[in-house]
Design a protein around this ligand. Structure first.
Ligand code: AHM
Ligand code: MG
Length: 340
């Protein structure tokens, strides 16, 4: 492109990016993973499209149903889930699908080699207010010799081969890792393509921002309370307190944390003893994304999220993630939490 031209003529789309990555793997690549990632991006586009027009076609509000973990479902939760299931089924490459909206895992016909875990529309309580929501996803390769069973997903997060999210906000932003760094793409609505806009994302090592639902602090154990006090009322001479930022959509809070740094937490507490967020399709993908950008993700015991092994598909976990400095500070206080 001439230096003074406003038109980019050598655009890196997600499809081009994936093909380039697969060429690096060379003869070992079967093309299955490329097809799967292409199907995923179609699901993101379809969900983005429906969210954009939801107010116009009366898709706002509750559907009158509840999902497997008892949350009221929005109409868009149901539609997002269906879009996702149909896309994964049609890819022919997915054997197992776990969705937050489905009580049981789905086993597809055929000889797909992958298991996908997802929250089709996370943060849906924010939908009717037009606040950013997102799709969170993770991909496992089926274990050697497996024909598809729950064992393919009750595995540690560190075995994910890909993970990411798409945030539906002012634009649709797809952030994805295949275990080789983290890259961000923005949907160009006219082209219908995700364009590489944020290559090689790296999380700031430190930033004085914290993100947590402080309305739960009455239920927090003492170490958790003391940690947040320590960053709000710093004792060191001249130290400034942290800024609070909480959207209440994990995808949007994590996206900001990746771009600006700081800490996002949804701690376990005396009311929600295992935390609120789900380990398999919220905690693991976000932990992989954060680690690939140089950050850290731990539970309330200070254990690395990606080392945990879920015992059921909708298992919950406390989650603390973000810049290494802030997570390390929190971990010190978490050690002092009483049992609850
Ligand atoms: P959901 O999966 O039912 O949408 O709930 C998950 C969401 C996250 O996006 C967000 O971090 C959290 O719930 C907010 O919870 P709260 O409203 O308790 O702060
Ligand atoms: Mg969710």
């Amino acid at each position: 492109m001439p230096a003074d031209s406003p038109v980019e003529t050598d655009i890196i789309t997600l499809t081009r990016f994936i093909l380039q990555q697969q060429q690096i793997v060379g003869g070992k690549a079967t093309g299955d993973f490329t097809i799967l990632l292409n199907t995923l991006q179609f699901a993101f586009k379809a969900i983005a499209y429906n969210i954009r027009r939801s107010t116009l076609i009366n898709l706002v509000g509750l559907s009158g149903t509840a999902n497997s973990t008892g949350d009221d479902q929005k109409k868009l939760d149901v539609i997002g889930d269906e879009i996702f299931i149909n896309a994964m089924k049609a890819s022919g490459k997915v054997k197992i699908l776990v969705s937050e909206e489905q009580e049981d895992l789905i086993v597809f016909d055929g000889d797909g080699k992958y298991a996908v875990v997802c929250d089709p529309i996370d943060g849906s309580s924010n939908l009717d207010a037009g606040v950013s929501v997102g799709t969170i996803f993770g991909v496992y390769k089926l274990a050697e010799g497996s024909h598809g069973s729950i064992k393919d997903v009750l595995r540690p997060g560190k075995e994910l081969v890909a993970a990411g999210y798409t945030m539906y906000g002012a634009s649709a932003n797809l952030v994805i890792t295949t275990g080789n760094g983290l890259n961000g793409f923005t949907l160009d609505n006219a082209l219908g393509e995700f364009i590489l806009t944020h290559p090689d994302l790296v999380l700031p090592k430190k930033r004085s921002i914290y993100s947590v639902n402080e309305g739960n602090s009455i239920y927090w154990p003492s170490g958790t309370i003391k940690f947040f006090e320590s960053i709000k009322f710093p004792k060191a001479e001249g130290a400034k307190p942290y800024s609070a930022r909480y959207i209440g959509s994990m995808v949007a809070d994590v996206h900001r944390t990746i771009l600006y740094g700081g800490l996002f937490a949804y701690p376990a507490d005396k009311k929600s003893k295992k935390g609120k967020l789900r380990l398999l399709y919220e905690g693991f993908p976000m932990a992989m994304v954060i680690e690939q950008a140089g950050g850290k993700a731990i539970n309330d015991k200070g254990e690395r999220i990606l080392d945990l092994v879920p015992t059921e598909i909708h298992e919950r976990s406390g989650i603390w993630l973000g810049s290494t400095d802030e997570v390390a500070q929190a971990a010190e206080f978490l050690k002092t939490n009483e049992a609850f």
